[in-house]
Design a protein around this ligand. Structure first.
Ligand code: SF4
Length: 298
Protein backbone atom coordinates (compact mmCIF):
# COMPACT_ATOMS: atom_id res chain seq x y z
CA UNK A 1 0.00 0.00 0.00
CA UNK A 2 1.54 3.26 -1.05
CA UNK A 3 0.06 5.15 1.92
CA UNK A 4 1.59 2.78 4.47
CA UNK A 5 4.41 4.59 6.18
CA UNK A 6 6.28 2.64 8.85
CA UNK A 7 7.58 5.90 10.34
CA UNK A 8 4.05 6.81 11.38
CA UNK A 9 3.90 3.82 13.74
CA UNK A 10 0.55 2.80 15.19
CA UNK A 11 -2.13 5.47 14.93
CA UNK A 12 -3.18 5.47 18.58
CA UNK A 13 -5.46 8.29 19.68
CA UNK A 14 -5.96 9.28 23.32
CA UNK A 15 -5.61 6.98 26.30
CA UNK A 16 -5.40 3.33 25.32
CA UNK A 17 -7.05 0.90 27.72
CA UNK A 18 -6.80 -2.89 27.69
CA UNK A 19 -7.44 -5.68 30.19
CA UNK A 20 -4.39 -6.62 32.34
CA UNK A 21 -4.30 -10.07 30.74
CA UNK A 22 -3.76 -8.48 27.32
CA UNK A 23 -0.52 -6.78 28.35
CA UNK A 24 1.53 -8.76 25.83
CA UNK A 25 -0.94 -8.52 22.97
CA UNK A 26 -0.72 -6.38 19.88
CA UNK A 27 -3.06 -3.47 20.57
CA UNK A 28 -5.04 -2.49 17.50
CA UNK A 29 -7.29 0.52 17.91
CA UNK A 30 -10.32 0.06 15.69
CA UNK A 31 -12.79 2.32 17.46
CA UNK A 32 -12.40 5.46 19.50
CA UNK A 33 -14.07 5.51 22.90
CA UNK A 34 -17.28 3.74 23.78
CA UNK A 35 -20.59 4.06 21.95
CA UNK A 36 -22.50 4.08 25.25
CA UNK A 37 -20.23 6.31 27.36
CA UNK A 38 -22.92 6.91 30.00
CA UNK A 39 -22.01 4.69 32.94
CA UNK A 40 -21.83 6.99 35.94
CA UNK A 41 -18.64 5.49 37.40
CA UNK A 42 -16.66 5.35 34.16
CA UNK A 43 -14.12 7.96 33.19
CA UNK A 44 -12.35 5.85 30.59
CA UNK A 45 -13.37 7.63 27.44
CA UNK A 46 -14.63 11.06 28.46
CA UNK A 47 -12.00 12.62 26.21
CA UNK A 48 -13.21 10.78 23.12
CA UNK A 49 -16.15 11.08 20.80
CA UNK A 50 -17.11 7.62 19.61
CA UNK A 51 -16.25 6.64 16.07
CA UNK A 52 -15.08 3.67 14.10
CA UNK A 53 -11.64 4.33 12.67
CA UNK A 54 -11.31 4.30 8.91
CA UNK A 55 -10.25 1.15 7.10
CA UNK A 56 -7.05 2.72 5.73
CA UNK A 57 -5.77 3.62 9.20
CA UNK A 58 -6.67 0.19 10.57
CA UNK A 59 -4.93 -1.57 7.69
CA UNK A 60 -1.88 0.63 8.07
CA UNK A 61 -1.65 -0.37 11.74
CA UNK A 62 -2.05 -4.06 10.87
CA UNK A 63 0.79 -3.73 8.34
CA UNK A 64 2.94 -1.93 10.89
CA UNK A 65 2.30 -4.72 13.42
CA UNK A 66 3.09 -7.31 10.73
CA UNK A 67 6.45 -5.66 10.24
CA UNK A 68 7.45 -4.91 13.82
CA UNK A 69 5.39 -7.14 16.14
CA UNK A 70 5.90 -10.54 14.62
CA UNK A 71 6.40 -12.43 17.87
CA UNK A 72 3.04 -11.75 19.47
CA UNK A 73 0.32 -14.36 18.98
CA UNK A 74 -2.50 -12.39 20.57
CA UNK A 75 -4.17 -9.19 19.50
CA UNK A 76 -6.60 -6.93 21.32
CA UNK A 77 -9.08 -4.67 19.53
CA UNK A 78 -9.45 -1.31 21.28
CA UNK A 79 -11.24 0.90 22.34
CA UNK A 80 -14.48 0.33 24.18
CA UNK A 81 -16.70 -1.94 22.15
CA UNK A 82 -15.42 -3.26 18.86
CA UNK A 83 -18.52 -5.43 18.40
CA UNK A 84 -20.44 -2.27 17.54
CA UNK A 85 -18.66 -2.36 14.19
CA UNK A 86 -21.02 -3.71 11.52
CA UNK A 87 -20.45 -7.41 10.85
CA UNK A 88 -19.02 -7.07 7.32
CA UNK A 89 -16.51 -4.46 8.41
CA UNK A 90 -15.48 -6.37 11.50
CA UNK A 91 -15.04 -9.50 9.38
CA UNK A 92 -12.86 -7.49 7.01
CA UNK A 93 -10.65 -6.43 9.94
CA UNK A 94 -10.35 -10.00 11.25
CA UNK A 95 -9.56 -11.29 7.77
CA UNK A 96 -6.80 -8.67 7.33
CA UNK A 97 -5.37 -9.70 10.71
CA UNK A 98 -5.38 -13.34 9.59
CA UNK A 99 -3.77 -12.41 6.30
CA UNK A 100 -0.97 -10.20 7.62
CA UNK A 101 -0.48 -11.54 11.14
CA UNK A 102 -0.74 -15.31 10.73
CA UNK A 103 0.85 -15.92 14.13
CA UNK A 104 -2.09 -14.27 15.87
CA UNK A 105 -4.30 -17.09 17.07
CA UNK A 106 -6.52 -15.18 19.46
CA UNK A 107 -8.20 -11.82 19.05
CA UNK A 108 -9.89 -10.22 22.04
CA UNK A 109 -12.09 -7.17 22.57
CA UNK A 110 -14.23 -5.42 25.15
CA UNK A 111 -17.94 -6.02 24.66
CA UNK A 112 -21.07 -4.31 25.90
CA UNK A 113 -24.61 -5.68 25.98
CA UNK A 114 -25.47 -3.25 23.17
CA UNK A 115 -22.59 -4.52 21.03
CA UNK A 116 -23.41 -8.21 21.50
CA UNK A 117 -27.09 -7.55 20.86
CA UNK A 118 -26.21 -6.35 17.38
CA UNK A 119 -24.73 -9.73 16.55
CA UNK A 120 -26.76 -12.85 15.90
CA UNK A 121 -25.47 -16.19 17.15
CA UNK A 122 -24.40 -16.96 13.57
CA UNK A 123 -22.53 -13.61 13.37
CA UNK A 124 -20.65 -14.41 16.56
CA UNK A 125 -19.84 -17.91 15.31
CA UNK A 126 -18.49 -16.39 12.12
CA UNK A 127 -16.29 -14.04 14.18
CA UNK A 128 -15.16 -17.01 16.27
CA UNK A 129 -14.12 -18.89 13.14
CA UNK A 130 -11.99 -15.87 12.31
CA UNK A 131 -10.11 -15.95 15.61
CA UNK A 132 -12.22 -13.76 17.85
CA UNK A 133 -11.48 -15.89 20.89
CA UNK A 134 -12.34 -13.86 23.96
CA UNK A 135 -14.66 -11.00 24.92
CA UNK A 136 -14.29 -8.89 28.05
CA UNK A 137 -17.79 -8.05 29.13
CA UNK A 138 -18.62 -5.32 31.65
CA UNK A 139 -21.35 -6.72 33.89
CA UNK A 140 -20.74 -4.56 36.99
CA UNK A 141 -23.82 -5.76 38.89
CA UNK A 142 -26.73 -8.14 38.63
CA UNK A 143 -29.08 -5.81 40.48
CA UNK A 144 -31.49 -3.96 38.18
CA UNK A 145 -32.04 -1.09 40.58
CA UNK A 146 -28.30 -0.42 40.68
CA UNK A 147 -27.91 -1.01 36.93
CA UNK A 148 -30.49 1.71 36.36
CA UNK A 149 -28.84 4.08 38.83
CA UNK A 150 -25.44 3.73 37.16
CA UNK A 151 -26.95 4.10 33.66
CA UNK A 152 -25.72 0.71 32.51
CA UNK A 153 -28.31 0.82 29.74
CA UNK A 154 -29.57 -2.76 30.02
CA UNK A 155 -31.27 -5.13 32.43
CA UNK A 156 -29.65 -8.07 34.17
CA UNK A 157 -31.79 -10.42 32.11
CA UNK A 158 -30.55 -9.05 28.78
CA UNK A 159 -27.02 -8.99 30.12
CA UNK A 160 -27.28 -12.71 30.96
CA UNK A 161 -28.86 -13.51 27.60
CA UNK A 162 -26.10 -11.75 25.65
CA UNK A 163 -23.37 -13.32 27.77
CA UNK A 164 -24.81 -16.75 27.05
CA UNK A 165 -24.91 -15.98 23.36
CA UNK A 166 -21.18 -15.24 23.41
CA UNK A 167 -20.45 -18.53 25.13
CA UNK A 168 -22.75 -20.46 22.83
CA UNK A 169 -20.76 -19.12 19.88
CA UNK A 170 -17.65 -20.72 21.39
CA UNK A 171 -16.08 -17.40 22.41
CA UNK A 172 -14.54 -17.25 25.88
CA UNK A 173 -16.34 -14.87 28.18
CA UNK A 174 -14.45 -12.86 30.76
CA UNK A 175 -16.68 -10.59 32.82
CA UNK A 176 -15.96 -7.79 35.24
CA UNK A 177 -18.05 -6.98 38.28
CA UNK A 178 -17.63 -3.93 40.47
CA UNK A 179 -17.23 -4.22 44.21
CA UNK A 180 -18.80 -1.26 45.96
CA UNK A 181 -21.00 -0.09 43.08
CA UNK A 182 -24.17 -0.47 45.16
CA UNK A 183 -22.73 1.79 47.83
CA UNK A 184 -22.84 0.90 51.52
CA UNK A 185 -26.59 0.64 51.62
CA UNK A 186 -27.02 -1.90 48.82
CA UNK A 187 -23.76 -3.76 49.27
CA UNK A 188 -25.16 -7.20 50.05
CA UNK A 189 -28.11 -6.80 47.70
CA UNK A 190 -25.57 -6.12 44.93
CA UNK A 191 -23.41 -9.08 45.96
CA UNK A 192 -26.30 -11.54 45.97
CA UNK A 193 -27.85 -10.37 42.70
CA UNK A 194 -24.44 -10.37 41.01
CA UNK A 195 -23.72 -13.90 42.23
CA UNK A 196 -27.08 -14.97 40.82
CA UNK A 197 -26.37 -13.29 37.49
CA UNK A 198 -22.94 -14.93 37.28
CA UNK A 199 -24.42 -18.34 38.08
CA UNK A 200 -27.02 -17.91 35.32
CA UNK A 201 -24.50 -16.64 32.77
CA UNK A 202 -21.73 -19.07 33.72
CA UNK A 203 -18.76 -17.15 32.23
CA UNK A 204 -15.25 -18.59 31.93
CA UNK A 205 -13.66 -15.85 34.00
CA UNK A 206 -14.93 -13.33 36.52
CA UNK A 207 -12.79 -10.37 37.53
CA UNK A 208 -13.97 -8.38 40.53
CA UNK A 209 -12.66 -4.81 40.57
CA UNK A 210 -13.27 -2.27 43.29
CA UNK A 211 -14.99 0.94 42.24
CA UNK A 212 -12.56 3.83 42.05
CA UNK A 213 -14.07 7.27 42.38
CA UNK A 214 -12.87 9.24 39.40
CA UNK A 215 -13.15 13.03 39.45
CA UNK A 216 -15.37 14.28 36.65
CA UNK A 217 -17.74 11.31 36.72
CA UNK A 218 -21.36 11.56 37.96
CA UNK A 219 -20.61 8.96 40.63
CA UNK A 220 -17.82 11.14 41.97
CA UNK A 221 -20.25 14.05 42.18
CA UNK A 222 -22.66 11.87 44.16
CA UNK A 223 -19.79 10.91 46.44
CA UNK A 224 -18.80 14.55 47.01
CA UNK A 225 -22.43 15.44 47.75
CA UNK A 226 -22.73 12.54 50.18
CA UNK A 227 -25.31 10.71 48.03
CA UNK A 228 -22.99 7.79 47.41
CA UNK A 229 -21.04 6.17 50.22
CA UNK A 230 -18.55 3.43 49.45
CA UNK A 231 -18.40 0.50 51.86
CA UNK A 232 -15.21 0.53 53.91
CA UNK A 233 -12.48 -2.10 53.49
CA UNK A 234 -14.22 -4.70 55.63
CA UNK A 235 -17.56 -3.92 54.01
CA UNK A 236 -16.03 -4.55 50.59
CA UNK A 237 -14.59 -7.83 51.82
CA UNK A 238 -17.97 -8.92 53.14
CA UNK A 239 -19.45 -7.99 49.77
CA UNK A 240 -16.82 -10.04 47.95
CA UNK A 241 -17.46 -12.98 50.27
CA UNK A 242 -21.19 -12.86 49.66
CA UNK A 243 -20.69 -12.56 45.91
CA UNK A 244 -18.42 -15.60 45.74
CA UNK A 245 -20.74 -17.54 48.06
CA UNK A 246 -23.66 -16.82 45.68
CA UNK A 247 -21.69 -17.64 42.52
CA UNK A 248 -21.95 -21.14 41.12
CA UNK A 249 -19.97 -21.68 37.94
CA UNK A 250 -19.79 -25.04 36.21
CA UNK A 251 -16.10 -24.47 35.45
CA UNK A 252 -14.52 -21.07 35.72
CA UNK A 253 -12.24 -18.73 37.59
CA UNK A 254 -13.08 -15.96 39.98
CA UNK A 255 -10.34 -13.37 40.35
CA UNK A 256 -10.17 -10.37 42.58
CA UNK A 257 -6.51 -9.70 41.97
CA UNK A 258 -6.90 -6.37 40.23
CA UNK A 259 -4.73 -3.51 41.50
CA UNK A 260 -7.88 -1.77 42.79
CA UNK A 261 -8.69 -4.54 45.30
CA UNK A 262 -7.76 -4.88 48.96
CA UNK A 263 -7.37 -8.68 49.00
CA UNK A 264 -6.14 -10.70 46.02
CA UNK A 265 -8.16 -13.87 45.32
CA UNK A 266 -7.71 -16.40 42.53
CA UNK A 267 -10.27 -19.15 42.82
CA UNK A 268 -11.08 -21.98 40.48
CA UNK A 269 -14.80 -22.63 40.76
CA UNK A 270 -16.45 -24.72 41.93
CA UNK A 271 -13.53 -26.61 43.55
CA UNK A 272 -11.73 -23.59 45.04
CA UNK A 273 -14.77 -21.85 46.49
CA UNK A 274 -14.35 -22.97 50.09
CA UNK A 275 -10.68 -22.04 50.12
CA UNK A 276 -11.49 -18.56 48.79
CA UNK A 277 -14.22 -18.05 51.39
CA UNK A 278 -11.89 -19.26 54.16
CA UNK A 279 -9.25 -16.79 53.02
CA UNK A 280 -11.73 -13.91 53.11
CA UNK A 281 -12.94 -15.03 56.56
CA UNK A 282 -9.33 -14.98 57.79
CA UNK A 283 -8.93 -11.46 56.41
CA UNK A 284 -12.18 -10.39 58.07
CA UNK A 285 -10.82 -11.72 61.37
CA UNK A 286 -7.70 -9.61 60.82
CA UNK A 287 -5.39 -12.59 60.34
CA UNK A 288 -4.34 -11.47 56.84
CA UNK A 289 -3.18 -7.97 55.98
CA UNK A 290 -5.04 -5.99 53.31
CA UNK A 291 -3.39 -3.99 50.56
CA UNK A 292 -2.66 -0.46 51.82
CA UNK A 293 -4.62 2.36 50.18
CA UNK A 294 -1.57 3.86 48.46
CA UNK A 295 -0.94 0.61 46.58
CA UNK A 296 -4.39 0.49 45.06
CA UNK A 297 -4.81 1.81 41.56
CA UNK A 298 -7.04 1.51 38.56
S1 SF4 B 1 -20.00 0.59 28.61
FE1 SF4 B 1 -17.96 0.32 29.57
S2 SF4 B 1 -16.61 1.81 28.56
FE2 SF4 B 1 -18.72 2.39 28.08
S3 SF4 B 1 -19.26 3.91 29.61
FE3 SF4 B 1 -19.94 1.93 30.41
S4 SF4 B 1 -18.22 1.15 31.62
FE4 SF4 B 1 -17.42 2.85 30.36
Amino acid sequence: MSWFNANEGMHYEGACIRPPSEADSILLQVTLGCSHNKCTFCGSYHDKRFRIKDDGTILSDILFAAKYMQDQDRLFLMDGDALIIPQQRLMWILERIKEHLPRVKRVGAYASVKGVKRKSLEDLMQLRRNNLGILFYGVETGDDEIRKAIHKGSTAETCIEMGRRVKEAGIELSVTVLLGIGGREKSLQHAQATGELLSAMDPNFVGALTVMLIPGTPLYQDYVQGKFVLPDELGLLRELREMIACTNLTRGYFFSNHASNYLPIKAKLPSGKKKALDLIDAALRGEIGLKPEWMRAL
